[in-house]
Write a protein that binds this ligand. Structure first.
Ligand SMILES: [Zn+2]
Length: 420
């Protein structure tokens, strides 16, 4: 079995790995780099080696596995040659479709087939076993890829401190002897200093801040970070406050309703708000039906202001005009609950922060990473005991040596042979 990392050997984001045997070639993930520019075409972000694999190699791709619904893992799937079989989880697929449908960008998606947690399936000469993982994206998978007595394990993005941490704890017992472990290391290196408390500890932190706040509690987080929405909902409930979400978040939770007991807009402690900027964007995209669908659970801005001491509300940069017009921000708090690095990348987030600071709103940062802590990576490696570890999805692959034995660094485009 041969492994070639097309992208991801020395960076977080844009991962793509080729695994090939005598008869079959598969790709695992095909993502956009994190720093992609929305003005550019997605095609321009294909690694050259992938472009030539598609168009000049004469190889046909037996199948593509998409690990989870973060754009840095699937954002280039629309560039695959037509009729390439693509596989992902069911809820993953629903979230990918929602992102493409509701965004103003020109992403596209191929047709896909679905796999189920821990159900083996064949892809050419390979047998694939997906394992559901704990990550900040809902429905994230790792993959065991087996062929001719060789076992390769691709970790995907994962962590051990979220609301599904038991998945990581029991995974090593389910695996055979692993010849090569392609393991993410987002937190290897300079991001090791990030706050890495568990989601349930984070919930307690939210409760403390909300309890000390006399005015409205405003929170900025990603609408598809479902673990975090659960954390905020639970904290709001413990503080006897309503959780106000925008209609886009309501739609995401509605889509996922069939996959588990998650908060949704029909619940009595949740209300849906209608920021004008977001509503206009949805109308422009022809998605008015989404606005209408959640009206029955709606709350007016004037009502939010009247009940501000009893509300925890999600806000995003596009909401500033409505906040200015309708909300009294006296004694309010704004909790930022995402990676701090987004401030460097997003001028609209910086604008939101300056706006709140100018208004004298109390600023708090409450977040925990979607990626595995070094201690969890070490524990996972100790239990799995792979013959070799290949760094991926890390800005500091050279630092893996400090934590693990048997590390083999592979450069982008370099092909290595794995044997049993
Ligand atoms: Zn991810």
């Amino acid at each position: 079995m041969k492994i070639k990392i097309h992208r991801g050997a020395r960076e977080v984001g844009g991962s793509c790995v080729e695994i090939s045997g005598k008869l079959s070639t598969i790709l695992v993930d095909l993502g956009l780099p994190l720093d992609f520019n929305r003005e550019e075409t997605t095609e321009s972000y294909l690694p050259d080696s992938v472009r030539s694999l598609f168009h000049h190699s004469g190889k046909s791709i037996t199948g593509v596995l998409l690990s989870h619904p973060h754009l840095d893992h699937y954002g280039l799937a629309g560039e695959l040659p037509p009729d390439t079989p693509v596989y992902c989880g069911r809820a993953s697929w629903d979230l990918m479709k929602a992102t493409v449908q509701f965004s103003l960008n020109n992403y596209s998606l191929p047709e896909v087939r679905h796999f189920n947690d821990r159900e083996k399936f064949k892809l050419g000469e390979f047998t694939i076993t997906p394992y559901l993982m704990d990550h900040s994206a809902f429905d994230s998978y790792s993959f065991l890829i087996s062929g001719r007595a060789v076992n390769v394990f691709y970790s995907g993005d994962f962590r051990g401190h979220g609301r599904k941490s038991r998945l990581l704890a029991k995974l090593p017992d389910l695996l055979p002897e692993i010849d090569a472990l392609l393991m993410e290391g987002t937190l290897v290196g300079n991001r090791n200093e990030e706050i890495q408390s568990s989601e349930s500890d984070l919930e307690d932190e939210f409760v403390k801040v909300i309890d000390q706040t006399q005015g409205i509690t405003l929170v900025t987080t990603a609408s598809q970070n479902i673990d975090r929405l659960v954390t905020i909902f639970r904290a709001a409930k413990r503080c006897n406050r309503l959780f106000v979400i925008d209609f886009y978040t309501a739609e995401i939770l509605d889509i996922l309703k069939q996959y588990g007991k998650l908060p949704n807009a029909e619940w009595p402690r949740i209300r849906v708000c209608y920021p004008r900027f977001l509503a206009r964007q949805f109308e422009k995209n022809g998605n008015e039906n989404i606005l209408n669908r959640h009206r029955k659970n709606g709350i007016r801005w004037t009502r939010i202001n009247e009940k501000k001491q009893k509300i925890v509300m999600l806000v995003r940069p596009g909401f500033i005009a409505d906040i200015k017009r309708f909300l009294d921000l006296d004694n309010a708090v704004w909790i930022y609950s995402m990676w701090l690095g987004y401030f460097e990348r997003s001028s609209s987030l910086r604008k939101l922060k300056s706006f709140f600071l100018e208004q004298g709103v109390n600023y708090k940062y409450l977040h925990t990473s979607g990626h595995a802590r070094i201690t969890d990576l070490k524990e996972f490696v100790r239990k799995v005991s792979p013959k070799k570890i290949i760094p991926i999805h890390s800005f500091h692959p050279e630092q893996y040596h400090e934590f693990f034995d048997n590390v083999q660094m592979v450069e982008n485009g370099e092909e290595i042979e794995i044997s049993s």
